[in-house]
Design a protein around this ligand. Structure first.
Ligand code: ZN
Length: 158
């Protein structure tokens, strides 16, 4: 007795009668559909902030790339120096500084990216805790703020 498989039968592969191919007399022109650019409606009030954020983002990415390159060169340099001759102290310190700087840049970059996507998805400027509008003055000072002042201070004092 052949054991019945519990698995559901796959859809029969039997070639079903294909829908009659009606040869189109005039072949449809191939439409080149341009991938529609995601249209984001940026609140005009936030437009200057968006530009500022994008500008800062470019600045940081440029800076980080530059730093990373410096760092890589420095590491390569250090590797060429025999251990006891290398000035470990200063080398390590400047590496540490670079890494710290990059780390800070990364954090800022993340905040900026987040802010930009919040602007684009239309939730920018709203406190993520109490959902009240974050005052424009605050946004201008801290464009990546995601909380209103009172929620932020509550978080910070917690
Ligand atoms: Zn709030």
């Amino acid at each position: 007795m052949a054991p019945k498989k519990n698995k559901k039968k796959k859809l029969s592969k039997k070639p079903t009668v294909k829908a009659k191919k009606t040869a189109p007399k005039a072949s449809k022109p191939i439409m080149i559909v341009k991938a529609p650019r995601k249209k984001v409606r940026v609140d005009p009030a936030f437009q200057p902030l968006l530009e500022k954020l994008q500008h800062r983002r470019n600045e940081i990415t440029g800076q980080v790339n530059h730093l990373e390159q410096d760092l890589r060169e420095e590491i390569a340099d250090n590797q060429n120096i025999p251990g006891d001759m290398a000035d470990h102290g200063s080398g390590e310190l400047s590496q540490h500084l670079s890494v710290t700087l990059m780390e800070n840049d990364r954090i800022e970059l993340e905040r900026i990216e987040k802010a930009i996507s919040r602007i684009e998805s239309g939730i920018y400027g709203t406190c993520e805790v109490c959902e009240k509008a974050i005052p424009m003055t605050r946004l201008k000072a801290i464009p990546w703020a995601t909380r209103c002042i009172s929620c932020q201070s509550r978080v910070e004092s917690a």
